[in-house]
Design a binder for this molecule. Sequence first.
Ligand code: CU
Length: 241
Amino acid sequence: MKKLLLTTALAFALSAPAYAGGTHSDGHDDGHADEHAEMAIGMPGDAASVDRTIDVTMLETDDGDMLFEPASVEIAKGETIRFNVTNKGELEHEFVIDTVEGNTKHKEMMAEMDMEHDDPNSIRLDEGGSGEVIWKFENEGTFEFACLIPGHYESGMHGPITVGDNMVQAELRYSAGTIKKIDAKSGKVTIKHGHLVNLDMPSMTMIFRADKDMISEMSVGQDIEFVEDRIKGKVTIVKMK
Ligand SMILES: [Cu+2]
């Protein structure tokens, strides 16, 4: 946790001069609401026409990462999604959905001054807070959810939103690896793996979490195909074959 606090302190120190200038510290509620009505990523959704709810958790890990769960989101074109966002971390976080370019631009601005978003495509939450963003995804493409508070994006708080033409949950994508070690007691499995397709991590030998049932089907030396995800900040095998 120390590393975390340091990162934040540093971010504040860096942004301090602009902040002290203080022209824009209360967010950017400056009458431009209309320009947000329709964005490349879509438009604010109507609560009455929500097709699906996606629970999103924001948290920090003991080793200084900050992240969202799930790590990525897949949506069908035209769907209205309610993002049920909960901050389970110890720091303030935000959930902003936009194009990657839009988030990058916004992030650069936030590095210069303390801005609080209050646009329909975002929500900012204190420790323990929860709230929602309702959004209608009208265009296909790859977009992004992110926390643009200085330092947070770089610590891991961003993930892709894929909006596709046809139905929702894209096929499961499997990564491949060989089981090197099993620690059934603590629910850990060491796997020498290739590229992790879901978390987009390079080949290496790494420890994964897995539940008892999954571990009971594993043996050392076995080649497996598996679906990995981040659960409570730990890389976990959620499915295997
Ligand atoms: Cu954050």
